[in-house]
Write a new protein. Structure first.
Length: 250
């Protein structure tokens, strides 16, 4: 694994401050999962889909939403702007954005091939390979399924890329790298990124995609390129899932 570092400036964040930030994110996610698990049976009767969409939205905002809020507080305590922290002022915004969108779409076919290979191996070994949430929703043909998919699309295309890139690439990767451990920073943040998506089939492709995003960040020094690539990657994945679910409809 060769990642050329040095393009993204050293942030000078203290270990204590970053630790407090990540601890805050962890506890927000942990307690929100406890609450969701406790109230799950109580909310199932209030929703047509048994609370499935509510669970997705609640989980999204408890992780991605609180991450952005805590990072905003973190930057305030550091007296650092978002532009300086994540390089939003570096390069032409339009150029960085368009190149990121293109690179995310270009990375999708590679990820798709890897997912297909891993799924084939798991099925050959007689292990279960779960379908994506969007495909399961559409195949169940429940009332409001398309509305749920649209809502999930908004979350995955506009909210998740911003929050996850800021957290995983902008904070975790950069800080561990600045501590003097660039390889651990790259691999560790990539593995965490794959783990939070809780998908066995997609774990390795997501880890590789995360490493690709790190390369982009070090190349452009502007996190917008990672956010754009992540957003277009998720868009391609969503559209492919919709097409795949249509072919598999009974």
């Amino acid at each position: 694994m060769i990642i050329k570092t040095g393009t993204v400036p050293n942030k000078g964040w203290s270990n204590r401050d970053v630790f407090l930030l990540l601890t805050g994110v962890f506890y927000c996610v942990f307690f929100s999962r406890l609450l969701l698990g406790f109230f799950r049976t109580r909310i199932e009767d209030f929703f047509v889909d048994g609370g499935q969409l509510f669970s997705i939205v609640f989980s999204t905002f408890s992780f991605q939403g609180t991450s952005v809020l805590l990072i905003a507080l973190f930057l305030y305590t550091q007296s650092m702007s978002w532009k300086k922290a994540f390089g939003f002022h570096i390069g032409s915004p339009l150029t960085v954005l368009t190149q990121g969108l293109f690179l995310g779409i270009a990375a999708f076919p590679v990820s798709l091939l890897l997912v297909g290979l891993i799924r084939w191996i798991l099925e050959f070994l007689q292990f279960g390979a779960e379908s994506q949430e969007v495909i399961k929703m559409l195949q169940q043909q429940e009332t409001g399924a398309w509305g749920q998919v649209v809502f999930i699309g908004v979350l995955s295309i506009f909210i998740a890329p911003i929050a996850e890139e800021i957290l995983f690439r902008g904070v975790i990767y950069v800080h561990v790298r600045d501590m003097g451990f660039p390889k651990i920073a790259a691999l560790g943040s990539a593995v965490l990124f794959g783990m939070v998506h809780s998908n066995t089939v997609a774990f390795i492709p997501l880890v590789l995609f995360a490493l690709f995003l790190i390369l982009l960040y070090e190349r452009y020094a502007n996190l917008i390129v990672c956010i754009a690539a992540h957003a277009s990657f998720n868009t391609a994945n969503l559209l492919f899932s919709i097409l795949l679910s249509g072919e598999n409809m009974p």
